[in-house]
Design a protein around this ligand. Sequence first.
Ligand SMILES: NC(=O)CC[C@H](N)C(=O)O
Length: 363
Amino acid sequence: MLKVKQAKLTLEDGTVFTGKSFGSENSVAGEVVFYTAMTGYPESLTDPSYTGQILVSTYPMIGNYGVPFDSKENGIHKFYESHKLHISGLIISDYSFEFSHWNAQKSLSDWLKEYEVPGLFDIDTRALTKILREKGSMLGKIEFENETIDFYDPNLENLVAKASCINREEYGDGEHRVVLVDCGVKNNIIRCLLDRDATVIRVPWDYDFTKEDYDGVFISNGPGDPAMCMETVGYIKQIVEEDKPVMGICLGNQLLALAAGAQTYKLKYGHRSHNQPVILKNTNRCYITSQNHGYAVETETLPPDWEILFTNANDNTNEGIKHKSKPFFSTQFHPEASSGPTDTEFLFDDFIDNIKKYKGLGN
Ligand SMILES: NC(=O)CC[C@H](N)C(=O)O
């Protein structure tokens, strides 16, 4: 019989859950959030937007297809969304000690241990999620044995500075030069741009990209409160004075909105799933999208030269914005998916079309 250590998850409101450890045995604190996707844990765990968060999976059985082997293509990891795990902890109901998949190389348990991320199973994730839905995302901590640690609010820090790259780097040799402002970018954004004849110039969050030679700017996803990232907003303010195409995803949507003069706010428990419905403005067309965010753009604060591009059909929150006359747009959801439905990947084509038009190349 396998011996597993017990550990407890304590929420800010005093609720305690006791679970069994299948990851690293170190105590951690962070923000407890739930996600309802049924697949894609390798992608989610390597998504830098989850920095500082203790992730609760509502899908009950996790680990059954293991963890993909590590290989690189075009200078980036092929099966991971970044070079490491970013979550602070993982909470699940049932851990599958057996795993099987064509590209599985190791178990989820080994992967968590490698990156010192604790994981607890045998937790009633339905009861836990109900609490988070009623009261909103909360701070929480995973504590082992007699250890006691303090709660920690990751959103009071600039997490983008932790998740962004350190050096400027170029990928591909495509015709369209795209500056990618890396606030914690997911690799599939780079893949989607490279697939569309782009040279990607990836720069750190606080890099003055306005001096680069580029045809368009892409503002990535990233962790934490967008209001902590005002240095990047300062550079975006400069480029929205000009006419070169801009696209943003998730944190990129929020930073573009802040640069436009709008405001952002924290959602009660956020959107983290593969089945978030978004409606395209002035249509009845609804797309099912992949999402992972805790903040949103306050649409009432958008200045008159900007408009809503997408709205969430569940709670009417903002899912994208667009400039009324210039080629600038962004989405709160993830058109690059990975994981999740790829139905909105065409938005990358729209961005590249904007670049072609800007360069006078037509369509
Ligand atoms: N995926 C993201 O880019 C998340 C954006 C932001 N950190 C939020 O939680 O709202």
